[in-house]
Design a protein around this ligand. Structure first.
Ligand SMILES: [Fe+2]
Length: 297
C-alpha cells in the first residue's frame, strides 16, 4: 500500500542521500504505525496490462508492467475546486508528470505562482512532441483550450496519447472540439479521457458525441466534473456540473466500485462503453466550508 514511499526511500539511498532517505523512512514508519493509506496502489500487471488510477477532477496516474508511473494534471489546492490535492500525490515517486495546460486545476498552481515541488526525479512534460518514459511512449499533440478560458496563457492545451501495453490512451485536457487534422494527429484511440459535465462547462454534449464518433474509443472515461461528495457548497465549483445527468442518457455505462482499474488490449469490450471511476479515497472533503475562490476552467 505504501510501496511508493518504499521506492522513494530506495531512490534516495541509490542517490547516496542518507538524510533524505532517513526522512522518508521515518514518514513511512509513521504511516505504517497509524495504518494510513497514501492512495497509491501496487499493481500486479502482466506485460499486456496497464493500471489506471483516478485521483479526482482531471488527475490520473498510469502504471505500466515495467513499473513506469506517470502522473497527469494534478490540481492546485484552495483554488476553484473545493477539495485539496493530497500531499502524497506530489511526493509519491513517478517517472513523469504530464501537464496538459497551465491552469491551476491541471498544473498544481505553478502558472499562478505556487512553488510546486514535483515528485523527486520526475520528468515534467508540458509540450507537444514525442517522449519516452520507461516503457511508455508519450505523444503531445497541439491543441487549443475550449472557448472562454485560458486567454492568460494563449489557450494552449496539449493533448497526450500514451502508448503502453499495446493500448493507446488519450487524455484531452480541456481541449476544444477536435478538427479533422487534430483527429488525425491523435491517431487511433482505445481509451479516451474527456471532460464531461452536466453544465457543459467545457464541451457541449453534441461536441462530446462528435469526438466519440471521430475517435471511436472502446472505453470512454469521463473526467473534469463536479464531485458533490467533496464539495462543501451547493454551487461550487462555479459553473462545473456533476456527471450523473449525462450518464443517465448514455448506454453501456459501467460504474467502478473503486478508483483503480486494469486494462489490456485483449480485454477491451467489443461494444464501446463508458467507464466511471470513483475518485481516490485519499481525496477528502474539507472540514471547513469552501466557496468560490476564483476562476474556473
Ligand atoms: Fe480544467
Amino acid at each position: 500500500m505504501n510501496g511508493a514511499l518504499e521506492r522513494l526511500v530506495s531512490l534516495y539511498e541509490s542517490w547516496d542521500k542518507p538524510d533524505q532517505a532517513a526522512k522518508w523512512r521515518a514518514k513511512l514508519e509513521r504511516l505504517k504505525e497509524n495504518n494510513e493509506d497514501n492512495g497509491s496502489r501496487e499493481f500486479e500487471l502482466d506485460a499486456d496490462q496497464v493500471g489506471i488510477e483516478y485521483v479526482a477532477h482531471a488527475c490520473f496516474r498510469f502504471y505500466s508492467s515495467d513499473g513506469t508511473r506517470i502522473l497527469i494534471d494534478p490540481w492546485a489546492s484552495k483554488v476553484w475546486l473545493g477539495y485539496d490535492l493530497p500531499k502524497s500525490i506530489l511526493i509519491d515517486p513517478v517517472d513523469a508528470v504530464v501537464i496538459t495546460h497551465p491552469h491551476y486545476d491541471h498544473d498544481a498552481g505553478e502558472f499562478i505562482g505556487r512553488q510546486v515541488k514535483w515528485p523527486p526525479g520526475a520528468q515534467v512534460i508540458r509540450d507537444p512532441g514525442r517522449y519516452t518514459v520507461g516503457d511508455v511512449q508519450v505523444t503531445g499533440v497541439w491543441g487549443k483550450h475550449a472557448a472562454g478560458y485560458g486567454k492568460e496563457f494563449g489557450q494552449k492545451n496539449t493533448m497526450f496519447v500514451f502508448e503502453v501495453a499495446g493500448l493507446r490512451i488519450a487524455h484531452l485536457g480541456d481541449n476544444e472540439p477536435l478538427s479533422d487534422s487534430t483527429v488525425e494527429a491523435l491517431g487511433s484511440v482505445d481509451i479516451l479521457m474527456i471532460p464531461v459535465d452536466a453544465r457543459e462547462h467545457l464541451l457541449k454534449n453534441r461536441e462530446i458525441e462528435a469526438i466519440r464518433q471521430a475517435l471511436e474509443p472502446r472505453v470512454l472515461i469521463p473526467m473534469h466534473y463536479r464531485h458533490p461528495d467533496l464539495e462543501t457548497d451547493l454551487d461550487h465549483p462555479t459553473g462545473l456540473g456533476p456527471i450523473d445527468p449525462w450518464l443517465t442518457r448514455q448506454a453501456n455505462v459501467f460504474r467502478l466500485n473503486g478508483h483503480t482499474a486494469v486494462f489490456s488490449a485483449p480485454s477491451l469490450p467489443s461494444e464501446a462503453r463508458i467507464v466511471v471511476f470513483r475518485h481516490s479515497p485519499i481525496v477528502k472533503r474539507p472540514d471547513v466550508r469552501r466557496t468560490d475562490e476564483g476562476g474556473g476552467t
